[in-house]
Design a protein around this ligand. Structure first.
Ligand code: NAD
Length: 429
C-alpha cells in the first residue's frame, strides 16, 4: 500500500471515524474542522463523541504522528486527497441543505494542489457531484463520490470491516487512487459512476427504513389481531430472500440519517416530477408508529396523559451512541409532554441539555412515583436493572417496553405488568 496524505473536512461521527481509521491504516491524515474548541480537544486526545474504539484510534494516530487536527483550511495544500464529511441537514421542504458543502468546497478550491482529488463522503442528493465540480472550478482537480455507510455505535468496526466500499468516479484511474486508501481492508470495492454512487447511499438508507416501517406495521397489526410479533418476525426473517436483519420492532426509526435521507429522496424525485409511493409510505408509516406508541402509553395508564406521571428510559435514537438527533424517543417524550404528561427521563449517556424533559442520573430515580415506565431505547443496561427496586419506586406497576429489553419472567417475578409492542397475548389474563 502507498500511504496517501489525506485531509478530512469535518470531524463529526463520519469525519472523525474516517480520519482515525485512515491513520490506523497507515495514511497521513490532517483532520480539519471549523469548531476550534473541538480541534483543541482532539489534539489533546479528548474525543467529543461516544463511539466504541474511537478513543484508542485517535490516541494511536496522535502518538504515531499520522493524525493531526486543525481549524485551518490551508492544510489541504499538503494533501493528495481531501474528503468532505460535512453536515447535510434537512431543509423545511424536505431537500438537503448543501450550504456546508458548498462553502467548504469554495474555501478549499483555491488552496488545493494540482491533481487533488476531492471526495464526497457526506450523504448528498444525486447530482451533487456535478455541483462540487462547479464549485471547485478547477480543471486540474477531480471530484469523486464515496458515500459512507457506517452506523453510529459501531462506526469504527463498520469503517474497518465494511460490507462494501462504493466509489463513483468519472475517471477510472482517479477512482483507483481513492480505492487504494482502502486497500488494506478485506472488502469489496464497487466502482461505479458518481450519480449511481450517490443514489446507492440513498437507496440503502431508504430500503432499511422501509424494512423497519414494515415490521413496525406488523407489530401494530399483532397488537390488533392478537398475534405475536416475535413469531412473525422469526418466520419472516428465516426466509433467506428477506433476511432477519432490521426486523426488530421499535417505537419508530430516527437518528440523523434515516428521516432526512428518506424525505430527501422523495424530495429529489419530486423535483424531477417523479413520485416514490413506497418510500413516502415508509415515512408516513413511521409517523403512525410514533402515534401508536404515544396512544399505547395513554391506554396502558388508563387515564388521560395530562394526569399521568411517566418514567422514560432512553433518549438516544438507538443504543451505544450519545446521538439524540431526530431520536424517536425524544419525539415521543415531546408528544407526551405536549399532552400534559409529567415526564422524567433517564439515559445512560445522552447529554441532559438535549432532552426536553426533567432528567435523572439513575434509572430508579426516574421511576419514583411514576404511573408507568416506558422503555424507548435498547440500552443493554436496561436488561439488567434490579426490577424489585423498579417496582418499589413505581406508583403503578406498568412497564411498556417498546424495545423488548426487559425479561418478562423477571418482570412478573417483581410484580410488574409488562406490556410489549406486538405482544398482546402476554396481556391476556
Ligand atoms: P456531524 O454533525 O457529526 O459532524 C459534522 C462536522 O462538520 C462538525 O464537527 C462540524 O463542526 C463540521 N463542520 C461544519 N461546517 C464545516 C466547515 N465549513 N468546515 C469544516 N468543518 C465543518 O455530522 P455526521 O453525523 O458526521 O454526518 C456527516 C455527513 O455524513 C452527513 O451528510 C451525514 O448524512 C452523513 N452520514 C452520517 C452517518 C452517521 O451515522 N452520522 C453515516 C453515514 C453518512
Amino acid at each position: 500500500m502507498n500511504p496517501e496524505t489525506v485531509t478530512i473536512i469535518g470531524t463529526g461521527y463520519v469525519g472523525l471515524t474516517t480520519a482515525a481509521c485512515l491513520a490506523h491504516l497507515g495514511h497521513r491524515v490532517h483532520a480539519m474542522d471549523i469548531d476550534t474548541d473541538k480541534v483543541d480537544a482532539l489534539n489533546t486526545g479528548q474525543v467529543p463523541i461516544v463511539e466504541a474504539g474511537i478513543d484508542r484510534l485517535v490516541a494511536e494516530g496522535l502518538s504515531s504522528g499520522r493524525l493531526s487536527f486543525t481549524a485551518d483550511y490551508a492544510v489541504v495544500a499538503d494533501a493528495t486527497i481531501t474528503m468532505l464529511c460535512l453536515p447535510t441537514p434537512p431543509k423545511p421542504d424536505g431537500g438537503l441543505d448543501l450550504a456546508y458543502v458548498e462553502s467548504a468546497v469554495k474555501r478549499i478550491a483555491p488552496l488545493l494542489s494540482a491533481d487533488s482529488i476531492v471526495v464526497t463522503k457526506s450523504t448528498v442528493p444525486v447530482g451533487t457531484h456535478d455541483l462540487v465540480r462547479t464549485w471547485l472550478d478547477r480543471s486540474d482537480a477531480h471530484a469523486v463520490s464515496n458515500p459512507e455507510f457506517l452506523r453510529e455505535g459501531t462506526a469504527v468496526e463498520d469503517f474497518l470491516a465494511p460490507d462494501r466500499v462504493v466509489i463513483g468516479a468519472a475517471n477510472a484511474a482517479i477512482g483507483e487512487r481513492v480505492a487504494s486508501l482502502y486497500s488494506r481492508l478485506d472488502t469489496t470495492i464497487m466502482h461505479t459512476d458518481p450519480t449511481s454512487a450517490e443514489l446507492i447511499k440513498y437507496a440503502a438508507n431508504t430500503f432499511l427504513a422501509t424494512k423497519l416501517s414494515f415490521i413496525n406495521e406488523m407489530s401494530r397489526l399483532c397488537d390488533h389481531l392478537g398475534a405475536d410479533i416475535d413469531s412473525v418476525a422469526a418466520g419472516l426473517g428465516s426466509d433467506h430472500r428477506i433476511g432477519s436483519a432490521f426486523l426488530r420492532p421499535g417505537p419508530g426509526w430516527g437518528g440523523s440519517c434515516f428521516p432526512k435521507d428518506t424525505l430527501g429522496l422523495c424530495h429529489l424525485a419530486q423535483t424531477t416530477d417523479h413520485h416514490l409511493p413506497v418510500t413516502e409510505a415508509a415515512y408516513a408509516s413511521n409517523q403512525l408508529q410514533l402515534d401508536h406508541v404515544t396512544c399505547e402509553v395513554e391506554r396502558i395508564s388508563q387515564r388521560p396523559l395530562s394526569e399521568v406521571s411517566i418514567a422514560v428510559w432512553g433518549a438516544t435514537f438507538k443504543a451505544e451512541t450519545d446521538d439524540t438527533r431526530d431520536s424517536p424517543a425524544l419525539d415521543i417524550v415531546a408528544r407526551l409532554t405536549q399532552q400534559g404528561a409529567r415526564v422524567t427521563v433517564y439515559d445512560p449517556i445522552a447529554a441532559p441539555e438535549t432532552i426536553p424533559a426533567r432528567t435523572t442520573e439513575d434509572p430508579y430515580s426516574a421511576c419514583t412515583g411514576a404511573d408507568i415506565l416506558v422503555v424507548l431505547t435498547e440500552w443493554a443496561e436496561f436488561g439488567s436493572v434490579d426490577l424489585d427496586k423498579v417496582a418499589a419506586q413505581l406508583g403503578n406497576p406498568h412497564v411498556y417496553d417498546t424495545r423488548a429489553v426487559i425479561d418478562p419472567a423477571a418482570a412478573e417475578a417483581a410484580g410488574l405488568v409488562l406490556h410489549r409492542l406486538g405482544k398482546p397475548a402476554e396481556r391476556r389474563p
